[in-house]
Design a protein around this ligand. Structure first.
Ligand SMILES: [Zn+2]
Length: 304
């Protein structure tokens, strides 16, 4: 297994195998990539571009994909999947980011949600394709990911990881994502499993097993939520929950675990809290994933 940080600032915390820096998160702001941190780019969830081009927002019978639309689980403004200017600009941007960092990990690669996108261009492209609605959406997502993959893997010769939402069953109908289509295009998968608490690890362990089964030979990374931008410290996951879930996800087959914080210093706070949970780590020894416990133990020398 490998362990990484997943942070909003270009700063590496000690004690991890790799680092993922959010050069362009869904809020749409962009920061320069780092030569020694992987770059994380959200493509279609992009508040800045949506504000600059409100006519590019994804459309549906239940309204556009503004983050204020409660019909959908959209936390950001999401652009139409086939907007040609955005697609072209993001291809060049992602290739450039890849050239200036060890690789690119993507988020927000897909249609906003079920029923998207019904803009005039998408309707026209669907009609012309002769495919069913779901097959047409699948082809749009896969074809674009093939282009991005070529830019990162073939041209920039860097590592490429596709990120998906934690829905192993409905992703085709909701987002246009077919995991078998994407598997040959990516080096690894990332499944974001963000939650403000992990009080019932059983569910997350089940999702990990489900994705492990779907992805077959492609490594599975999961990302866990530690401390997000602007969070109230009283409302973030308890370190003990994160320790327990890490062990259970490890035994369920996760090949990598990433820990999300706003700042690198919050990773250190987390490490300190994990090291302090001596009794819990002792108790988890019978759970069947010593590798994660050994990794946590390695932090003892960092936080001393
Ligand atoms: Zn559209």
């Amino acid at each position: 297994m490998k362990f990484g940080t997943y942070v909003f600032e270009p700063k590496k915390a000690e004690g991890f195998d790799f680092h993922l820096f959010r050069v362009k998160p869904e809020v749409g702001r962009r920061l320069p990539p780092m030569s020694d941190m992987y770059s994380n780019v959200a493509i279609f969830g992009d508040n800045v571009t949506a504000r600059n081009h409100p006519d590019w927002i994804s459309q549906s019978a239940l309204g556009p994909a503004w983050r204020t639309n409660d019909q959908f689980n959209v936390r950001w403004d999401i652009l139409c999947q086939t907007q040609p200017d955005h697609r072209a600009e993001q291809l060049d941007y992602i290739e450039d980011v890849a050239r200036h960092s060890p690789g690119v990990w993507l988020n927000s690669i897909h249609f906003a949600d079920h029923g998207h996108c019904t803009c005039p261009r998408c309707k026209e492209r669907w009609k012309k394709s002769g495919l069913s609605w779901f097959e047409w959406r699948r082809k749009e997502v896969t074809d674009y990911m093939r282009e991005v993959s070529e830019r990162v893997r073939d041209r920039a010769k860097k590592k490429f990881v596709i990120g998906v939402l934690p829905d192993p069953v409905g992703s085709l109908e909701r987002f246009g994502i077919d995991f078998n289509d994407l598997a040959p295009l990516t080096d690894e998968f990332l499944v974001v499993m963000f939650s403000k608490n992990y009080a019932t690890p059983w569910y997350w362990e089940m999702l990990t097993r489900g994705f492990k089964k779907l992805f077959k030979d492609v490594p599975l990374n999961i990302a866990l939520y530690v401390f997000g931008p602007g969070d109230n410290p009283a409302e973030v996951p308890a370190p003990s929950e994160l320790v327990t879930l890490s062990v259970r996800a490890g035994r369920a087959g996760a090949d990598g675990i990433l820990y999300l914080t706003d700042k690198a210093s919050q990773i250190w706070d987390f490490q300190k809290a994990v090291v302090d949970r001596v009794e819990l780590r002792e108790r988890l020894k019978t759970y069947g994933c010593q590798e994660v416990l050994d990794f946590f133990k390695s932090w003892e020398k960092i936080v001393e």
